[in-house]
Design a protein around this ligand. Structure first.
Ligand code: TYD
Length: 139
């Protein structure tokens, strides 16, 4: 899979038969990185906003394997996009250095996150002004 530079929806292959559905997500093929970490988020109330951070090194793919949620992505240069995650065979790719909010979680939402890096709190930017400054400093 080619290198991706901006947030975009990904469509995964789905093998359905009379036994049900099976979705395939392979590192470096269906997502543009080696997967070093997975985590998943569930039980978030509809009025909760999660995320609210940017990452200096981690790329992510988010997949609502059940239920639905929304992701708002800001690039720190005035552009904003909102993505709906509502199908188990689609996901959103998030490059480094974008600000993201996850919200509007349905009660049955299970949001699976694939990450390109191990967890390191130092590569998270949790203050929007700091994020905006870093983005604009680095072109
Ligand atoms: P947080 O980044 O606030 O979650 P979200 O991205 O959904 O807003 O993470 C919640 C807590 O979990 C925080 O204390 C950091 C910790 N955490 C880890 O220890 N490892 C991880 O891989 C992640 C994603 C979070």
């Amino acid at each position: 899979m080619q290198t991706l530079k901006k947030a975009e929806m990904l469509e995964f292959s789905e093998k359905g038969d009379e036994r049900g559905h099976l979705v395939i997500v392979e590192a470096m093929q269906d997502v543009p990185f080696e997967i070093k970490r997975i985590f998943y988020i569930y039980g978030s109330d509809p009025d909760v906003v999660r995320g609210q951070h940017a990452n200096r090194r981690s790329e992510f793919v988010l997949i609502n394997v059940a239920g639905q949620s929304k992701v708002k992505v800001l690039d720190g240069k005035g552009n904003e996009a909102i993505f709906s995650l509502n199908r188990p065979h689609t996901g959103i790719y998030l490059p480094t250095m974008v600000w993201k909010d996850m919200y509007d979680f349905s009660p049955d939402s299970v949001l699976l996150v694939l990450a390109s890096e191990h967890y390191d709190s130092a590569e998270y930017i949790r203050d929007y002004d700091t994020f905006e400054k870093e983005v604009n400093q680095n072109g």
